[in-house]
Design a protein around this ligand. Sequence first.
Ligand code: NAD
Length: 340
Amino acid sequence: MAYRVTLIPGDGTGPELAAAARRVLEATGVQFEWDVQEAGADVMGKYGTPLPDAVLDSIRANKVALKGPITTPVGTGFRSVNVAIRKALDLYANLRPARAMAGIPNCHAGVDLVVVRENTECLYAGIEHDVIPGEAAESIRIITRRATERIVRFAFDYARANGRHKVTAVHKANILKATDGLFLRVAREVAERYPDIAFEDRIVDNMCMQLVQRPREYDVLVCPNLYGDIVSDLCSGLVGGLGVAPGANIGAEMAVFEPVHGSAPKYAGQNRVNPCAIILSGALMLRYLGEVEAAARVEAAVAAVIAEGRAVTYDLKPTRDDPGAVGTQEMADAIIAALK
Ligand code: NAD
């Protein structure tokens, strides 16, 4: 039986990355029927929106999607398509693992972190306006008991199901006493229901310092939306950068898998960027589909190619202009060869 999966190539470097991931996933022998859907800056002219209804309808029907990155104009223009997809489908948990692999330059060996980021509220609720245009603007930050409870439960359930031993709640409750105060109170309440998993909390600024100095002391981090976004990029930096950082947006009924990184537009169409983040996102998708053995093979093949250090993209070479760096598709070819 083939899995029907929505495939959103995205824009910028997204289409070339999605093509690479598709080839690797097909090479596992798992059968897919791809429902390809266009979204992003490139389709604005054609559909009048960067997120046509057909995209959300397709994900609702198929329940699972693999997505390339999509550009969001900075400071002006249309709102983030990525945030819109997560909110429209109530994909409340953003799972971002950061695991060290042998062969990556500047990688902190032994790091094995998972960031669980709340995906639907906080400053990403999109409630902001000019108070005095050009002079003052205001954003409203929403934190609710309901959303906090379910994201913290998700973090503990994930920890339990995956043999993890500790959950750390990340907050700024010393300053943001109402919003982060509520987040921390609810996190503590939920933690009491999981006596088998250790629980602690860290103020976000201290958390960042601790992650740089002692990343191996941490395990699963649960964060409100904005801190989770920032801390997960920090964690990916600890293990080799955005080129190897996968992600999943998970709801009660469906899930969208996508790399942590953005569309890296300056490299678009150059066959240059690292396909591992989207390929590893594909492995997370295989696990979600129950194809655990195929997922493990993809992860092992990626690890083997990186450890060998030969057929890897520029970001995994000791210097960015290393003449031995290969392109996106050539690295995917090496991963496919390592699968066999
Ligand atoms: P980015 O992640 O696109 O790129 C930052 C830098 O990281 C790049 O210049 C590159 O050096 C490196 N990088 C990223 N992906 C890489 C890869 N696969 N291989 C090697 N190196 C890689 O972040 P940005 O420049 O801040 O954002 C660009 C656009 O992407 C923005 O419009 C932003 O809103 C959007 N964005 C989208 C998503 C998403 O689709 N979920 C996530 C983050 C940012």
